[in-house]
Design a protein around this ligand. Structure first.
Ligand code: PEP
Ligand code: MN
Length: 332
């Protein structure tokens, strides 16, 4: 049950009501929002006198649900807006990992030339094997900060575990929570306390219900800026890296109020399939796309098989512009 208290309600009263209802509570603008794990048919007078509005939902999906807020959340960073009333399809692109200054600077120049505002690159990589490249860590974050300063790009990078979450929060514009970290409640709760957009990736063995519940951890902590990212799930199929769940993405669009970003790179796992999937994603009407590109994919230290070289990425942008125009969207 979601409850908006009147803006005259003192904090102590909000806390008392919150405890009575076993509710999460946070401040939104000038009023408190409570989210109780159950719905009451009628609120006792001691509570109702403080209530501005209430949504008697009894579900694990509340704040992210269209039954609570029907309009798509608008999330902004720098001059970029995703969701809300826009028809934007926001392209987020860059290498899987930052590997060197030369590498990331070449990507920054490419993005600038294509009018793309947001650069992705991992510094702490959640690798499947402990014996492969684990990322440049803090050194990488510092380079990304320098890219932001020199090229005016916004940065998204991933938090892998709670040991470096404060660093990532400090250095990045958007925090990415990866598929493998999506269940880490210390990360989810910390991301609920901050005011930066969070791009939450769906785990590859995660149901849509579990995915949105993870988003609820962030939203009920008081951070309204959650973007959901479909990046492929594991099925019986082994010829592609994962299975791109567009049905799931359609469900998210229908039932949740969070912008949906699609990531064909990690879903496909092979560069040859990424352009067609990216074009299909634009036609699908996603709010954003996450695409990996690298100056020399063959030499990439992570996800080498799926990253587009600059030529393929530049061609793809031209095609996606046309498709976006045809479906009434604006590729930015
Ligand atoms: C990534 O974005 O490079 C990444 C590791 O993605 P995922 O968490 O979806 O595997
Ligand atoms: Mn990757």
């Amino acid at each position: 049950m979601v409850i908006h208290l009147k803006n005259t309600t003192p904090e102590a009263t909000a806390n008392e009501i919150g405890q009575q209802l076993q509710a999460s509570r946070f401040k939104e603008g000038d009023h408190f929002v409570l989210v109780a794990p159950f719905a009451l048919k009628s609120l006792p007078e001691s509570i109702s006198q403080h209530v501005e509005a209430s949504w008697p939902m009894d579900s694990d999906i509340q704040l992210a649900s269209k039954s609570y807020k029907n309009e798509l959340r608008s999330i902004k960073w720098g001059n970029t807006e995703i969701g809300g009333k826009t028809q934007n399809t926001v392209v987020i692109a860059g290498p899987c990992s930052i590997e060197s200054w030369e590498q990331i600077e070449s990507v920054a120049k490419l993005l600038k030339s294509l009018n793309i505002s947001t650069l992705r690159a991992g510094c702490y990589k959640p690798r499947t094997s402990p014996y492969t490249f684990q990322g440049l860590g803090l050194e990488g974050l510092k380079m990304l900060a320098e890219v932001r300063r020199q090229y005016g790009l916004n940065i998204i990078t991933e938090v892998k575990d709670s040991s470096h979450i404060e660093e990532v929060i400090e250095y990045t514009d958007i925090v990415q929570i990866g598929a493998k970290s999506m269940y880490d409640q210390s990360i989810l709760r910390r991301c609920g306390e901050i005011r930066k957009p969070i791009l939450l990736k769906r785990g590859f063995g995660t149901t849509l219900q579990e995915f949105v519940q993870a988003a609820e951890f962030i939203l009920s902590g008081g951070n309204p800026e959650v973007i959901l990212c479909e990046r492929g799930i594991r099925t019986f199929e082994t010829k592609t890296r994962f299975t791109f769940d567009l049905c799931g993405a359609a469900w998210l669009k229908q039932h949740t109020n969070c912008p949906v970003v699609l990531d064909p790179s990690h879903a496909m796992g092979y560069a040859y399939g990424v352009p067609d999937l990216a074009k299909a994603s634009v036609a699908f009407g996603c709010d954003g796309l996450l695409i990996e590109t690298h100056p020399n994919p063959k030499s990439a230290k992570s996800d080498a098989a799926q990253q587009l070289d600059f030529e393929a990425f530049t061609n793809l942008m031209t095609h996606m512009q046309k498709i976006a125009g045809a479906v009434g969207k604006q590729l930015i």
